[in-house]
Each structure stands twice: as structure tokens, then as C-alpha cells.
Design a protein around this ligand. Sequence first.
Ligand code: DC
Length: 247
Amino acid sequence: MHSSPNSSPTRRIVIAVDGFSSCGKSTFARLLAARLGYIFIDTGAMYRAVTCYGIDHGAVQDGRIDRERLIGMLDDIDISFRFNPARGASDIYVNGVCVEDRIRGIEVSDAVSRVSRIPEVRAKLVALQQRMGAEKGVVMDGRDIGTVVFPDAELKLYMTADPKIRARRRYLELRARGEEVPEEEIERNIRERDEADLHRAISPLRKAPDAIELDNSHMTLEEQMAWIEPILAERTAAAAGGAGNGK
Ligand code: DC
């Protein structure tokens, strides 16, 4: 149970958004955060940033991961987000260098799920995520936010969408960035990552018992916002009244 020293009717909460890759979690979470005046944290970007560093420093090469070498580098990796007014969103930095434009490329995408399976990598990033959300007022998206990072989050969402629709969306996103990758290859990559995320030994993707499922295959972003509105009103009111425990 939460103790609730703050009885303001607009108490800020933690919103955990978990689900498969490329199902629009980040887009949804980013817009929701902007509308609420909350901080948005894309935890997938953090695993991708560690993968980038590994590629640049020889611990990830041609899809092969030198675990010990990468683990040895973790203390040298400083990850931060900085708001980019031109994009109206935060960019991710590794040791002061912006890697936002690289993290969704195919090289990183092919290696990231194996990097994210390394317990030492997870321990580092989960601790950082918990610090980032300690003051509440955050929307955090990932795989294990409602189960591991913030098991007491006041609102947990579990997002899904049809794999073919997700591949189409990612294809268009990459093309807009000037990367021409066959759609079938993207779909294969998505299905492989789904399998890896669901069946890995450490923090597998699973729906928290108290999470609400959102299948957005055939929903626009505005429809998703309208869908969440009454749920949000109820959860923030419950948190403000000190009665809410996210159930
Ligand atoms: O959401 P995404 O596709 O950007 O995530 C990239 C990878 O990081 C994906 O393989 C799953 C992993 N990940 C994770 O293990 N835990 C998280 N909280 C977020 C992402």
C-alpha cells in the first residue's frame, strides 16, 4: 500500500507502459506525458544506447556480443536524456554524445535484445530508471516497468498490436529516416525480438496481473488518448485520495 502524505487532488502518479516492440508504446507514452506535463522515459532507448556503446567500443561486433567486455565497460557508460526543442522530445546521450539518430538502426536492433538479457546491464539500467521515476510524474515505457522497475505504479498498461501492422509502422519510420530496409526483414526482426522478450530467463515480458491491456492495431493515437482519459481520471483521483494502489 502507498502511504499518501500528499492529499492534493492532482497528485502525480507513475504510469508504466509495457509491451512488444514497435507497437507504438513510445509514441503513445510521449504524447501522454506531454499532455500531463510528466516526464517521458523510453527505457528501450536506454538498452539501445548501451548497445551503441558496445558497438563503438568493440564489445558488439557483427552481431556477436563479448559479454565480459561489455560488463567491464558498464561503469564507463553514462546515460542521460536532454530535451531537444526542435523535436519537442528528449534525445538520449551516452557520455555526452547524442546517439538518438543511431539507436533505431538495424545494427543496434539486431543486437539489443541479447544485450538486454545480461543481468548486469539490467541492474544498472533498472536502478537508473528507479531514480528517474522517484519523484513520480513519469510515463515510462519498456518491458518490465510494471513488473520489476515500478511494481507499485498507480497505472500499468500492457500494449499489443498485430505483428504485420507493427512491421509496417517500423518500415515507414525507418524510411522517413532515410533507411531503406525490406519490410519482411523488419517483420522477421520483430518476431524474433518478441520471442526473445517473452522467453528470456531474466525479466521476460509479461503482463502484470493489474495491468490494463491496450491493443492499438486499429486505433489512431487520438483514439488511444480518448480511451485512456477516464482511466487516468480514476487513477489520479484514487491516488489523490490516498485510496489508490494501482489495482
Ligand atoms: O522498446 P524497444 O524495441 O526500443 O526495446 C529495445 C530492446 O530492449 C528490446 O529487445 C527489449 C529491450 N528492453 C528491455 O529488455 N527492457 C525494457 N524495459 C525496455 C527494452
